[in-house]
Design a protein around this ligand. Structure first.
Ligand code: NAD
Ligand code: WQD
Length: 342
């Protein structure tokens, strides 16, 4: 069974491709490489022994996107990861985010409709909940005001798929990821942030390796157990597994409506200082960090209630914060070793 993955050269797409292949699926990828290279495809081949074809196509171009679907009419589903995801950039470039993330989604849906593709899985985000106070969040928690244009593209993306689903046959699943972290155990694929990273885990590993001289903990005066923000850090291979399970759920017609939404988190809130401690424990490195003011727009605390995904998708996150840090660190070290050997 063949699956079309958009954004397959990116962080979560690449890890999901590995899980799909390990579960017997054939995969083709569409990625314009606007935010990636084909490096992770080489890693996928080393891990799985399978070469994955990537169509270097901008999904905002309907004609080119249609040509890919035309050539792959036998696919059983689409997993749509492709999007721009930098929150800060989206604040400065809102139109670029609406244009890219929504046009690409609409084009994918047009092709899904034209070629009668039965199943669609969409990358959504916990950012759709905004600044909610109801913790842990369940899928029914009312969506709050989006804190950035990026988050708004995810809210609107979900609504577009919901509206589409009301009048079309396609079965869809919206997966709301919390904070995906870590890398494949082999250290052959992982997160490749372009330029200076914003997310906590690449900031930690880049500080430890010396790419960043010193990192700052943004805010230690929050009303949390140690004063720093709380997040639900979930390993990327656990996220990957949920995509395969979501697709299998749809293929086995276990869905109860034609558009369902699931939280993908561990269910555990971890503070920034606890994440740093976990890193220091697994690496044996004393991290060079300082404490600083709050980062504008940060939610104080958010973590998932993941019961729905556990129950219905038969999914269980297996990897904890320490192994998440360990695999992220192994990946960072492998990137350095690659540079040194070149
Ligand atoms: P990523 O940037 O590593 O991968 C996204 C890929 O999409 C990139 O390779 C990029 O080149 C491609 N792309 C973007 N626009 C495209 C277009 N118009 N046409 C073709 N390709 C295009 O990001 P990721 O971390 O793997 O995220 C994957 C998805 O998950 C995104 O939709 C993101 O918004 C969502 N998500 C990510 C996180 C996170 O923290 N990483 C959290 C929640 C949701
Ligand atoms: C985590 C915590 C920071 C860097 C973002 C998006 C969200 C989703 C996941 C896509 C916060 C603190 C960070 C640093 C720090 N992405 N931090 N020093 O903000 O929870 O969510 O990624 O959908 O939409 O907003 O993730 O990794 O940036 O931050 O103290 O140098 O680490 O303040 O508390 P965030 P993050």
């Amino acid at each position: 069974m063949k699956v079309l993955v958009t954004g397959g050269c990116g962080y979560i797409g690449a890890h999901t491709i590995v899980d799909l292949i390990n579960n017997g699926f054939d995969v083709v990828s569409v990625d314009s490489n606007i935010r990636s290279t084909t490096q992770l495809l080489d890693g996928i081949e080393k891990i799985t022994g399978k070469k994955v074809r990537n169509y270097k196509v901008d999904l905002c171009n309907l004609e080119d996107t249609n040509a890919v679907f035309h050539e792959n009419r036998d696919i059983v589903g689409v997993i749509h990861f492709a999007a721009l995801k930098a929150v800060g950039e989206s604040v400065n470039e809102p139109l670029m985010y609406f244009q890219n993330n929504l046009t690409s989604l609409i084009n994918v849906l047009k092709c899904v409709k034209e070629y009668n593709i039965p199943n669609l899985v969409f990358s959504s985000s916990c950012s759709v909940y905004g600044n909610t106070k109801a913790l842990p969040v369940v899928e029914e928690t009312p969506l709050g005001e989006a804190q950035s244009p990026y988050a708004r593209t995810k809210q609107i993306g979900e609504q577009i798929i919901e509206d589409y689903s009301r009048v079309n046959e396609t079965n869809s699943i919206l997966l709301r990821y919390f904070n995906p972290v870590g890398a494949h155990e082999s250290a052959l694929i992982g997160e490749l942030p372009l330029g200076k990273p914003d997310n906590l885990v690449p900031v930690i590993t880049q500080t430890a390796i010396g790419k960043i001289p010193k990192m700052t903990v943004f805010g230690t005066d929050y009303d949390t157990r140690d004063g720093s923000c709380v997040r639900d850090y979930i390993h990327v291979m656990d996220i990957a597994a949920a995509h395969t399970k979501a697709l299998q759920y749809l293929l086995e017609h276990r869905n109860t409506s034609n558009c369902e939404v699931f939280n993908l988190g561990t269910g555990n809130g971890v503070t920034v200082l606890e994440a740093i401690k976990a890193f220091e424990k697994i690496s044996g490195i004393k991290l060079n960090y300082t404490t600083g003011p709050r980062r504008e727009g940060d939610v104080i605390a958010i973590y998932a209630n993941n019961s729905k995904a556990k129950e219905k998708l038969n999914w269980e996150p297996k990897i904890g914060i320490e192994d998440s840090m360990r695999t992220a660190w192994q990946w960072e070290v492998s990137l350095r070793n690659k540079v040194l050997s070149n």
